[in-house]
Write a protein that binds this ligand. Structure first.
Ligand code: NAD
Length: 503
């Protein structure tokens, strides 16, 4: 049974290509025999057909993962788990170019961003491969003759559900730590972007993960995702996606009180003080909102400008925004690609209309691009609003597209107040040349990831996650590893004799 074809040209030509699920060591059809078209957002054409999983398929994958956990995987030494993960990284390196092109073709992002994602994915597998064999646990000095220690053990079957904006990277952030820590997994990519995950599972098969340890189910959130979140045989569900879906996952998880980690949405503030390095701040403001077409959970979608630089900053921002090359991601000249789907593009365009109706001033962009070769794709101009008010929907709600809302502040205190004035708390940045102020402000920003004089850098070594309604728990780094472990206290009595309590 064939899965993903090897290059983008044949994908474009062969819309008949069918990609399958990987359950219990086999590439399989869905129980209902249904399929779903997978679309290239740059031109609306079908590039593959994916089998559509059902709740029943998810159930089979969960049972396979449970069996594999209790029969093979929990006894597999860390050094062997590490070897498999290093092998995955090596295979990814060999096929990096192919993975980057697949990601761009399916997600739309410019190729240079997809190449970055592949590098990050490789590093993530290496990082957790290394971490698997490092010291874990603690010992305690307790009164003689007792000894006490803590060991970290895998949680068991982990269900993992990810979105479409970083399909491969999100897969790595979930799968690498879970497997390194000794869990078995049932992984569900977004129904819009399964192709790079299917390729990744081809690699899992090739390097020889034991049957049932890694399972891939494809399909909709309401069916497959819901089953993963609700199943009593899933011990942990790890979710990345929208805040509304995160709430549903948490509700569904209540049946067996499984562990839950949530990486959710954001409306992150990028605060620029008048003393900041002007050109650097302009540059990062654009990168913060327009990278990946603004479809980034941590996007700097609110730019907070100190009043005295407001006009000059906006002028410089617009001048640069005008030069952004929008086009198909596979075209090396493209700096911004299409949005993920027609439905998502319509949502973003609706928000632009809402912004205008609310009375914000549209100073750049605002339209779908329908000229020439872009006419069938889901391209939206980089868009900038000024004269916003804190209560506007375009300031409060996550648009998840290339739409920047600019706010103004007069004092440090007001900047902090505005920065924190949403339900979200994922990320935030401060641009200033005053080191004390930078730390003062960052300390006050209620967000899990913050930057001083930059925006967006992310490391596999450092924790990722949000305050407030942006999430629950942390991924990446040692935090991300620990999130896939249970903590067991072990006590040992060195003086084995009756204590005579009831004598
Ligand atoms: P989404 O919530 O619609 O879907 C995410 C995943 O959940 C998909 O695989 C989907 O099929 C599944 N799903 C949908 N409904 C479900 C349900 N009822 N039960 C179980 N699973 C369900 O999100 P999206 O539109 O794919 O992605 C965009 C969102 O993801 C944005 O809000 C963005 O901020 C967020 N995101 C957050 C992070 C982070 O690290 N915090 C990273 C990337 C994206």
């Amino acid at each position: 049974m064939e899965n993903v074809v090897r290059d983008e040209q044949s994908m474009e030509e062969e819309a008949t290509l069918v990609v399958h699920m990987y359950i219990d060591g086999q590439w399989v059809e869905g129980a209902a025999g249904e399929t779903r078209d997978i679309v290239n957002p740059a031109n609306g054409r079908t590039i593959a057909t994916a089998v559509e999983g059902t709740a029943e398929d998810a159930g089979r994958a969960i049972q396979a993962a449970k069996r594999a956990f209790y029969t093979t995987w929990w006894d597999t030494p860390a050094i062997e788990r590490a070897k498999l993960l290093f092998d995955v990284a090596r295979k990814l390196e060999e096929r990096g170019d192919e993975f980057a092109k697949t990601e761009t073709l399916n997600n739309g992002k410019p190729l240079r961003e997809a190449i970055f994602d592949v590098y990050d994915t490789i590093s993530c597998f290496k990082y957790y491969a290394g971490l698997a064999t490092k010291p874990h646990g603690q010992t305690y000095e307790v009164p003689d003759p007792q000894q006490a220690m803590v060991v970290r053990e895998p949680i068991g079957v982990c269900g993992q559900i990810v979105p479409w904006n970083y399909p491969l990277m999100m897969a790595a952030w979930k799968l690498a730590p879970a497997l390194a820590a000794g869990n078995t997994v049932v992984f569900k990519p977004s129904e819009l972007t399964p192709l790079s995950a299917v390729k990744l599972f081809e690699i899992f098969e090739e390097v020889g993960f034991p049957r049932g340890v890694v399972n891939l189910v494809l399909g909709a959130g309401a069916t497959v995702g819901q089953e993963i979140a609700a199943s009593h045989d899933v011990d942990k569900v790890a979710f990345t996606g929208g805040t509304a879906t995160g709430r549903k996952i948490m509700e569904a998880s209540l049946g067996n009180l499984k562990k839950v980690s949530l990486e959710l949405g954001g409306k992150s503030p990028n605060v620029v003080f008048a003393d900041a390095d002007f050109d650097t701040a302009v540059d990062y403001a654009l990168f913060g909102i327009f990278a990946n077409q603004g479809q980034v959970c941590s996007a700097g979608s609110r730019l907070l400008l100190e009043e005295s630089i407001h006009d000059a900053f906006i002028e410089a921002l617009i001048k640069k925004a005008k030069t952004i090359q929008v086009g198909p991601g596979l075209d090396q000249r493209s700096q911004m690609g299409p949005l993920i789907s027609e439905a998502h593009m319509e949502k973003v365009l609706r928000y632009i209309e809402i912004g205008k109706q609310e009375g914000a001033t549209l100073v750049h962009g605002g339209k779908r691009i329908t000229e020439g070769k872009l006419k069938d794709g889901y391209f939206v101009e980089p868009t900038i609003f000024t004269n916003t008010r804190p209560d506007m929907r375009i300031v409060q709600e996550e648009i998840f597209g290339p739409v920047l809302a600019i706010q103004t502040f007069k004092s440090e205190e007001e900047a902090i107040h505005l920065a924190n004035d949403t339900i979200y708390g994922l990320a935030g940045a401060v641009f200033t040349n005053d080191v004390s102020r930078a730390f003062r402000v960052v300390k006050r920003i209620r967000a899990g990831i913050t930057w001083i004089n930059s925006y967006h850098p992310t490391y596999n070594e450092a924790p990722w996650g949000g305050y407030k309604q942006s999430g629950h728990g942390r991924e990446l780094g040692t935090f991300g590893y620990e999130a896939y472990t249970e903590v067991k206290q072990i006590n040992n009595n060195l003086k084995v004799e009756p204590i005579g309590w009831f004598d």
